[in-house]
Design a protein around this ligand. Structure first.
Ligand code: FEO
Length: 172
């Protein structure tokens, strides 16, 4: 059985990961509407990964005897003035998610809940990668996104992203 505070934080994080999936699908919708199908694909794959994160946390709670409660998922409320805006919003969102994971990790450390710390190790690493991916997208857009040819190439590159279940990830 997990400590009540840890269980509550993890259950809240399940909701936040589902929200991340919803948010990134909203980005995918925006890009689809703009005719940038590669960008749309990239965020659709990202949304799938976010759903996986929610499912991993749900599984961890269930496997530790915690009844999982679902809450309403907030409406994505961002508006975009340019194709660059979702990329910046995505980076900001990942930095926020890193802070949430760190908060749960710190609470587990305080409780000497080594099992949860070990579970969260994967997420700590994953957040590092996700922030880097988001930063790379922002940088690439800055360098190549300002002319039609560059934007076309970048869109092609992002169209190639395919979903694969993460190796060594916690069970779902
Ligand atoms: Fe689930 Fe993008 O962090």
């Amino acid at each position: 059985m997990l400590d009540k505070k840890i269980a509550k934080l993890l259950n809240e994080q399940v909701n936040k990961e589902f929200y991340s999936a919803y948010l990134y699908l909203d980005f995918a919708n925006y890009y689809a509407d703009e005719g940038l199908d590669g960008f749309s694909n990239w965020y659709q794959v990202q949304a799938q990964e976010e759903r996986d994160h929610a499912m991993m946390m749900r599984r961890y709670l269930i496997d530790n005897g915690v009844p999982v409660k679902f809450d309403a998922i907030a409406k994505p409320d961002k508006t975009f003035a340019s194709a660059n805006d979702p990329l910046l919003a995505g980076l900001e969102h990942e930095q926020y998610v890193t802070s949430l994971i760190n908060t749960i990790y710190a609470a587990a450390f305080e409780q000497k809940d080594f099992k949860t710390m070990q579970f969260l190790d994967w997420f700590i690493k994953e957040q590092g990668e996700e922030e880097k991916n988001a930063e790379d997208l922002v940088k690439k857009m800055k360098m190549f996104g300002h002319d039609a040819k560059g934007l076309y190439s970048l869109n092609q590159e992002l169209a190639a992203r395919v979903y694969t279940a993460s190796a060594n990830a916690p069970a779902m």
